[in-house]
Design a protein around this ligand. Structure first.
Ligand SMILES: [Zn+2]
Ligand SMILES: [Zn+2]
Length: 148
């Protein structure tokens, strides 16, 4: 998808949910749409602030929450007490480095078709979806450890 297509889709999704496309919202979206490092809110805030020096962290945080609520971006399972956002909203999985917390996207059709255990919905729980998390020590961290 080109940047223009991503932005068109963003604007369309905002309209669907009666969200006005403000310059701030667009700036927040632009900062995440091509970022596949699964950035945390602080990182996105720092980048948006370069264009909007008066924007507050709370505004950026709230914007990300709103985007997530309406399926414009998705959230990676809370990792080590920090939220990480993802521009990809289609089902996919992650390999996460236990050392540096790097998050790598994993696309695997087989993983998209796991049987959901009955225990998940037992007692009336509402099932929303799943994402498989592979724990790794990434090659960069391994190389660093070897050099120590
Ligand atoms: Zn690592
Ligand atoms: Zn992802």
């Amino acid at each position: 998808m080109t940047d223009k297509e991503k932005i068109d889709r963003f604007i369309q999704k905002c309209r669907e949910h009666h969200l006005s496309v403000t310059p701030q919202r667009l700036a927040v979206y632009r900062e995440i749409m091509d970022d596949h490092s699964h950035p945390n809110p602080e990182t996105i805030y720092k980048r948006v602030k370069e264009q909007f020096p008066t924007i507050s962290f709370a505004t950026v945080y709230k914007t990300l929450e709103t985007f997530e609520k309406y399926g414009i971006i998705s959230i990676v399972t809370t990792i080590h007490n920090t939220v990480r956002y993802d521009p990809i909203t289609e089902p996919h999985h992650h390999a996460i480095c236990v050392r540096c917390k790097k998050v790598i996207d994993i696309f695997d059709d087989q993983l998209n078709h796991l049987t959901v255990p009955e225990a998940v919905t037992k007692g009336g729980n509402q099932y929303l979806g799943y994402s498989v998390q592979f724990n790794i020590i990434c090659a960069d961290c391994l190389a660093k450890e070897k050099n120590q």
